[in-house]
Design a protein around this ligand. Sequence first.
Ligand SMILES: *Cc1c(COP(=O)(O)O)cnc(C)c1O
Length: 820
Amino acid sequence: MDLQAPPIAVATPAADARSLAESILRKLLFDLGKSQQGAQRRDWFMAAALATRDQVMERWLGGSRSAYNSQAKQVYYLSLEFLIGRLLRDTITNLGIADQLRDALDILGVPFDEVRSAEPDAALGNGGLGRLAACFMESLASLGIPAFGYGIRYDHGLFRQQIMGGWQREVPEDWLTFGNPWEFARPEIAHEIGFGGNITVIDGRDGPRQVWQPGEIIQAVAYDTPIIGWRGRHVNTLRLWSARASDPLSLEAFNHGDHVGALADQVRQEAISKVLYPGDETPAGQELRLRQEYFFASAALQDLVRRHIRVHGDLHSLPDRVAIQLNDTHPAIAVAELMRICVDLHGLSWEEGWRITQGAISYTNHTLLPEALESWPVPLMERLLPRHMQIIYLINAHHLDAVAARHPGNDALLASVSLIGEGHARRVRMGHLAFVGSHKVNGVSALHSNLLKQTVFHDFNMLFPGRIVNKTNGITFRRWLHQANPGLTSLLREAVGERVLDDPQALELLRPLADDAAFQQRFMAVKHANKAALAANIRAALELKIDPGAMFDVQIKRIHEYKRQLLNILEAVALYDAMRDSPTQSFAPRVKIFAGKAAASYHRAKLIIKLAHDVGRVINADPVLRDRLKLVFLPNYNVSAAEVIVPAADLSEQISTAGMEASGTGNMKLALNGALTMGTLDGANVEILEHVGAENIHIFGKTTPEVAEHRADGIRGQAAVDASPRLAQVLEAIRSGVFSPDDPGRYHGLVDDLLNTDHFLVLADFDSYYEAQRAADARWNEPQAWARAAILNTANLGWFSADRTIAEYAEDIWKVSPVI
Ligand SMILES: *Cc1c(COP(=O)(O)O)cnc(C)c1O
């Protein structure tokens, strides 16, 4: 060996089109083992992604090193869900090499869009909560805030939705089948996660110490994905954990010929990271789910504690250097786990452990729905996490002592704020655990944060005033405007300047253009082109022809009774009746577009999907309407579908029962892309109203206090029907089987529930909704008025950038600053 040889330097390959083309071919040949002739679409995608990834590595590793050396405070975002979608376009846009990559693929004779659409969606989430985590990761990187996302690398993400005869069918999703070019397996980064077993007390230096001896140990293995920020300035890491059996094979059993039994333990242990729980806002209530929660929370804490100690020596400075955000209560067990690490493993006092835990952790609440407030049976906790159960009891004892000292004799208060629910089966209340273990607790819209203070955390708010704060959700404009809507983005750049790419508030400069007829035309021309593209998609998917000149009236989100897709379907039926009864009235021509998945076990939601199909079949086939009304259900809603539907929407349906949608983010995506909101005063709709102005939004329905009053009065749905012949006719048609001649009784239960209870006020809000829809019709019939309002929506949505949200978290909760 020649010791005099100069060191070998490796540089990031050039990113001009020719170099990228060469790099892609190299990947195809040397990494994938494919010839140019034999390459399939997904081979090209893999090769393009690998070539793109090369552009990130130096910045990623360099950035991590400098954050590490600068000892900057780190954010750790713990989320059981990351609904990422595709990453190719995101990565090349943020790196600023989108044109070069397109040209490179042109040189190679493969269309970019074909390559792009070969990427499977990373669907490691159910809906808004998971998508928020993904937007936050992108925003953290764009703002240059050092951060790790921690979650689970599910082998199977959210199910694929197929529609068979109008019914939803769930098909397993296989995003990893052909490999994931964005991730790096780090088999050397593994933490041991214990379950079960028992606790022994040993004599420690400062008295007795509790030692947990788990009955079972599973490895959490890291998989890292670089998350690149806007203009490539900073790159963070999304670290997802995969379960690996500690003892993969029982050789003894294998050698005795029991080949399946020898693998049984491995299969059971590795089940932890097999599937995402498809429960959307309902507790899965299953042991595996609790195992998932502890698995990733423990892996995350072990990982960050090890990193912290390597740099800072001990745990005392943790709250100064580390901010741990719990995305909902799924990672709430982290409170007990961090206490265990401090007290049992590092020998700190209880008080010091508590100071560290509370100082580092904060918690985001995402729901007020009672059925979604997570709790675990005490016996299950005792069996699975015996030491954590002890710690939770101890935390509770300290907490209740303090409360009792301040409010002597108030047993009702103690019961209400206890970490243990004392119903007929005792349960650990994870929201309470997260609350007491955090220095800040936030809601996700102004209304939601206020309701938190008034309802689920009323007593906590009294005991800990100032702990609850609001952080209204946001969305990343890079994905939801610049990438999803390149036509609008180039118009905006031309109209208000390049600044708009970096500063969402620059959108305000559009305001004066809202009255400019020429600009209105160009704005609506972009919208029309996006609608034509969606119409082509719909035609290809459903063999249904729709008119891009009609109003695209869009409701895309999980199917849930509180989100009231049913209200929208009832209105479709009413409109259908009205169009037939009064052919001369000037209804706007409409295409009602639905998309969304129902949780597999949520039968009522699945029936609503079926109803949408039943109603659509009748309406779409009726020649009397002359194509003035269509109803479309697009299957398998996911991030990539949203990226096509959102830029094409004219009207955004955000019609949840007031007080029930924590924030919504779909509402922001759609308004940003120039859709007018048809909404209730719920979640962030309230703030959208404040920003766009009352004349540029359609608000209807009962307010939160009115909903509460209505329910308290016990008013049945029948009352609304008695007052509304129109509504009576709609329900009668559905109930009698007009839309389900094959099974006339199909909707009896559904309609009877509405008449008898109407818990979500579908009937109570119907007339108000119908009126608001007709006001939207009237506006549609004045194209300039519509265009003006659409422009003003885009112009006034800057505040809903996730960059604003993250900057608020950074300042008020995390106390971190950017490193760039
Ligand atoms: C934004 C988004 C959501 C959240 O939609 P809401 O209307 O806020 O419920 C859900 N799923 C996907 C795929 C999204 O992109």
